[in-house]
Unconditional design. Structure first.
Length: 628
């Protein structure tokens, strides 16, 4: 038998729960028979708002009947199906989404879902004494440690917190969860069939990362409650001298051949410079440092900010606060998400656990729908007549669709419409998912405040028009200091210059990973690697870690002690970044967001499709580096 459990009742229930386009791909994959792809029953075009690939009721019943019969027969077989040709797998991808998947995506997707051998550097044995220091044990740092361990390279991870997880350790506010589908927001080689909700809550994501750490025995290589203060490169010794500070305040110096920074962009809270904030007598705290000892039920609470964290926090607080004041500087676009709170049924989990290829194909559909699908709609059409509202025809259609959705959500509260419909194009700021935000703003105990704050007082907030909001507590949902990369560490390169002096409020790196003048320093989640048009940071991290392992392969195979990217490679890449951003929505004058550095340049986000970045980082070009 083939390993499919004999429980027929569970199989029947699971098939009834299945995502039908995914189930159809499984049927083709298990049989190698492509007739189903060319028949009359075809999924409709899928999208983020309609991910199911709708079928008519009778069509759905037939697919479920045929799948049940096929899986029962498969259960009795003793052999697995042979690998499918790439041409058929490509056809399956396009079929399941109801749209053409460009051929350039096929190699990337086949690797991500595990149907092709993943790119992996065959690392030459490291020289004696070679040691890597990884800063941070979040999503990217854990991945770096995992892959270094696989390659047999000695390493240590320095983590300022008491546990792994990074942002998923630090952020514990009410409503905290991922805003990408859970089955996509994970390592490609560690799919998790046990997610309880389609958009996982913080605790479950943190537990997933901890499980990965335990499986790969990473914890024993992490120094917790230890923070990197500074790192300086000694060119003569070809090593980094890293000063770290322990919990008790004592410092020590560590030596490393290579430093990998995995501190991320969203790990240092941004506290607004509001006059009088220190005068407020009640509790005030940032969303990333939630005060669980403060009781907010029945209290008058102010939330400053309306970004991603606020959109999750506000609906939760509104249920129990006496009055909730939401202080808005700018309105936000939010896409309806019918699966946001939807549990993953036991039948769905059964399929993901037991049915061959179901989890992989399910991830593929989530990946494609939530990745590069909107990239084209973010390109500026120079001839578009109303660039303040939208940047091209498809962007304008989205604006109309979202505005109509907001109108429906607000219902009779039409006076809120001018306050909540943004005056910039959709995707001009990070696109959010609506989790009941707009309906929450219509509650009797919620007040949306759009007048600017003049100052914070001992008892609350005074607005510029003179109105006062008396508050018992203030929540600062004001984001992070995303443009201060690697801050507050002092990183000094081979020429005695610090990263801060090199960047001067304009952080740049080759592929977001390496900087001229800083040998053997690699940055994960560095400049221009965040994603605003779709995609998962875990995917980008896998690209970057694979690239770094490729760099170490070059270093070892050439018998060199250090490597750094050339100025020419660095400048050429950043010229392409800036040119691509210049064609995108974020370069519009009326679009203001945290993507921009103090110079006005977009320094946090990537302008490229995931497939482009995957190709760029598939293997390092030796000509981009000098070796010593």
């Amino acid at each position: 038998m083939n390993g499919l459990p004999p429980d027929d009742d569970a199989l029947v229930a699971a098939v009834e729960s299945a995502n039908l386009p995914t189930l159809m791909l499984v049927m083709v994959h298990l049989t190698g028979n492509a007739e189903l792809l060319r028949g009359a029953i075809r999924p409709r075009r899928a999208s983020v708002q309609q991910p199911s690939g709708r079928l008519e009721d009778e069509e759905a019943r037939k697919i479920r009947r045929d799948a049940l019969e096929l899986l029962r027969a498969y259960r009795e077989r003793s052999t697995k199906p042979p690998p499918l040709p790439a041409e058929l797998l490509h056809e399956m991808m396009s079929f399941s989404l109801g749209q053409d998947v460009p051929a350039e995506y096929v190699p990337m997707m086949l690797q991500d879902i595990g149907f092709a051998e993943r790119d992996a550097a065959t690392v030459t044995a490291a020289p004696p004494g070679f040691h890597v220091l990884v800063i941070g044990a979040g999503v990217s740092g854990v991945l770096a440690a995992l892959e270094l361990g696989r390659a047999g390279i000695a390493h240590t991870v320095i983590e300022k917190n008491a546990d792994v997880g990074g942002t998923w350790f630090e952020n514990t506010y009410p409503g905290c969860r991922v805003d990408l589908p859970s089955h996509f927001y994970s390592y490609s080689f560690e799919l998790n069939p046990e997610w309880s909700e389609h958009y996982a809550r913080r605790d479950e994501l943190h537990a997933y990362l901890r499980a990965v750490v335990e499986k790969y025995r990473i914890r024993e290589r992490v120094q917790f409650r230890t923070e990197v203060v500074s790192a300086s490169y000694d060119r003569r010794a070809a090593r980094w001298e890293v000063t770290v500070r322990g919990r008790d305040g004592s410092t020590q110096t560590l030596f490393a051949s290579v430093v990998i920074s995995a501190v991320g962009q969203l790990n240092r809270p941004s506290i607004p410079a509001l006059p009088g904030l220190a005068d407020f007598v009640g509790p005030s705290f940032h969303s990333a440092a939630w005060r669980h000892d403060v009781e907010l039920e029945g209290k008058d609470v102010g939330v400053i900010g309306t970004g991603a964290s606020a959109m999750q926090i506000v609906p939760e607080l509104a249920r129990t606060a006496r009055r909730l004041f939401v202080f808005q500087r700018s309105a936000q676009w939010a896409i309806p998400s019918p699966d946001y709170f939807r549990p993953v049924t036991e039948g769905e989990r059964w399929l993901l656990r037991h049915v061959p290829y179901y989890a992989e194909w399910y991830r593929f559909r989530q990946f494609y729908l939530n990745a590069d699908g909107v990239h084209e709609s973010l390109q500026i059409d120079p001839a578009w007549p109303n660039p303040e509202r939208s940047v091209n025809a498809s962007n304008d259609r989205l604006r109309r669709t979202l505005t109509e959705y907001i109108e429906r959500e607000l219902g009779e509260r039409t006076e809120l419409l001018p306050k909540v419909v943004p005056d910039y194009p959709p995707f001009g700021k990070r696109m959010l998912l609506d989790n009941g935000w707009f309906r929450t703003l219509t509650r009797d105990n919620v007040e949306l405040v759009t007048e600017p704050i003049e100052r914070v007082t001992a008892s609350g907030v005074r607005l510029e028009g003179g109105a006062r909001c008396d508050l018992d507590a203030i929540v600062l949902a004001t984001g992070f200091q995303a443009n201060r990369f690697l801050w507050p560490m002092t990183i000094t390169g081979a020429r005695g210059q610090t990263l801060q002096e090199t960047w001067r409020d304009d952080p740049r790196a080759h592929l977001g990973i390496t900087v001229p003048g800083f040998p053997n320093l690699f940055i994960l989640y560095g400049p221009n690697t965040n994603l605003a048009h779709g995609g998962s940071i875990t995917f980008h991290s896998e690209c970057q870690v694979r690239y770094i392992l490729g760099c170490l392969t070059l270093l070892f195979s050439r018998g060199r002690a250090s490597m750094q990217c050339t100025q020419a490679a660095h400048d050429d890449y950043n010229s392409r970044v800036d040119a691509a951003h210049g064609r995108m929505i974020w370069s519009r004058p009326n679009v203001k967001n945290w993507f921009h550095s103090a110079t006005g340049r977009v320094s946090t986000h990537s302008p490229f499709r995931l497939v482009d970045y995957w190709a760029m980082t598939r293997a390092p070009n030796p000509d981009d580096f000098t070796f010593e």
